[in-house]
Design a protein around this ligand. Structure first.
Ligand code: PMP
Ligand code: GLU
Length: 396
């Protein structure tokens, strides 16, 4: 008999779609896959070489639970260089991926009865991870028409005496929105006033387009920094999804508690991957600009492609590598005998009849939308967009 916890838990929908996509491909089906957000570029050579060197030198044993000092120093340097933030080693922990950083943080911070504010649309794993820690997700609806911003007024409506934290993600998955400095300041001010924490998921920091610049909320002032925990990682920036390295920066008591949780569960993140992450953070950064240039071309192509479909609108992402087109006007139409009335039904239709894998918007908290990752080749993007256009025109 399974635990209640396990019973209530469903698998990550992004990873589930991507597994389906891979299984169909293995059967020889020509799938256009826009499932999980995983850069299609190879991990840069100097990073792979650092890992090979680590293996050859026998750096293959346990390391300190919270990560090796040279990696913590590289992370400290990154925060200083990119965000003007100062951290000490005891304020940094390295975990087995950004997801693991968030999981450990939630376990360290949340109790039964705590409320955690999550702006919607949200990344699929935030609510289940909050619930696994016994706390209650409180969803704040943000809208495309408002540039997906959280204003002071909107925030005030959701704060109670049980509010323990807010989870911010900018640039965001799934829409690629970024908060304005004014709104970040308002959130920071409110966190201090009401005494809740800010969990700032900045994993897409480097993937930002056009005139936008990333400002970490912790860099606004010292009092906000004291209430902020930054979760980050190397997966997206350096195309290192399989290496499983995430990191967290925040107050030392919280980092210490995360380290205890980690010491009783996974122990240290992989020794070899830690060496690779040092090379990623300290080494040449040109690969980011190269990826960004490709992502931008793909974004422009997809956004204009979706905007050309009758009944579909599409927010222009400011960062990350996802588009979140709005199909609300299309839902309710019929495909042969079937009414396509939800984002899940549209996703099934696209996968089964048009061999195109996307994630339904509802998994991100918004019905009527689809999420597509454009961390895939232009060839797949062109093919997939054609198929989606065909599917929509086949609806009556
Ligand atoms: N946060 C967000 C918003 C994400 O989209 C992801 C994607 N996987 C993660 C955290 C975690 O990434 P990873 O575990 O691969 O480091
Ligand atoms: N974060 C990526 C996504 O949203 C990877 C899969 C996952 O971990 O959710 O697709």
């Amino acid at each position: 008999m399974l635990s209640k916890r396990a019973h209530a838990l469903k698998p990550s929908p992004t990873l589930a779609i991507s597994a389906k996509e891979k299984a169909l491909k293995a059967q020889g089906v020509d799938i256009a896959g826009f499932g999980a957000g995983e850069p299609d570029f190879d991990t840069p050579a100097h990073i792979k070489e650092a890992a090979i060197k680590a293996i050859n030198e026998g750096f293959t044993k346990y390391t300190p639970v919270s990560g090796i000092d040279p990696l913590k120093d590289a992370i400290i340097e990154k925060f200083k260089r990119d965000n003007g933030l100062e951290y000490k080693r005891e304020e940094i922990i390295v975990s087995c991926g950004g997801k693991h950083s968030l999981y450990n943080l939630f376990q360290a911070l949340f109790d039964e009865g705590d409320e955690v504010l999550i702006p919607s649309p949200f990344w699929v794993s935030y609510p289940p991870m909050v619930e696994l820690a016994g706390a209650k997700p409180v969803i704040i609806e943000t809208e495309e028409a408002d540039d997906y911003q959280i204003t002071e007024k909107l925030l005030k409506k959701h704060i109670t005496k049980h509010t323990k934290a807010i989870i911010l993600n900018y640039p965001s998955n799934p829409v690629g929105s970024v908060f304005t400095l004014k709104n970040l300041e308002a959130i920071g001010k409110m966190a201090i006033e009401k005494g809740f924490y800010i969990i700032s998921d900045e994993i897409y920091e480097k993937l930002i387009y056009d005139e936008y610049v990333h400002t970490s909320i912790a860099s606004i002032d010292k009092a906000i920094k004291e209430r902020t925990i930054i979760c980050h990682g190397v997966s997206k920036t350096y195309s290192m999804t399989g290496w499983r390295i995430g990191f967290t920066a925040g107050p030392k008591e919280i980092i210490g508690a995360m380290s205890n949780i980690q010491s009783q569960s996974t122990s240290n993140p992989t020794s070899i991957s830690q060496k690779a992450a040092i090379a990623a953070l300290n080494g040449p950064q040109e690969s980011i600009a190269m990826m960004l240039e490709q992502f931008k071309k793909r974004r422009d192509f997809l956004v204009s492609g979706f905007r050309s479909i009758e009944g579909v609108t599409c927010y222009n992402p400011k960062g990350a590598f996802y588009v979140f087109p709005n199909f609300k006007k299309v839902l309710g139409r019929r495909y042969i005998e079937k009414t396509i009335d939800t984002s899940a039904a549209l996703t099934t239709l696209l996968l089964e009849e048009f061999h195109t894998a996307v994630v339904p918007g509802i998994e991100f908290g918004k019905e009527g939308y689809l999420r597509l990752s454009y961390a895939t080749s232009m060839e797949v993007i062109e093919k997939g967009l054609e198929r989606i256009k065909k599917a929509i025109s086949a609806l009556e």
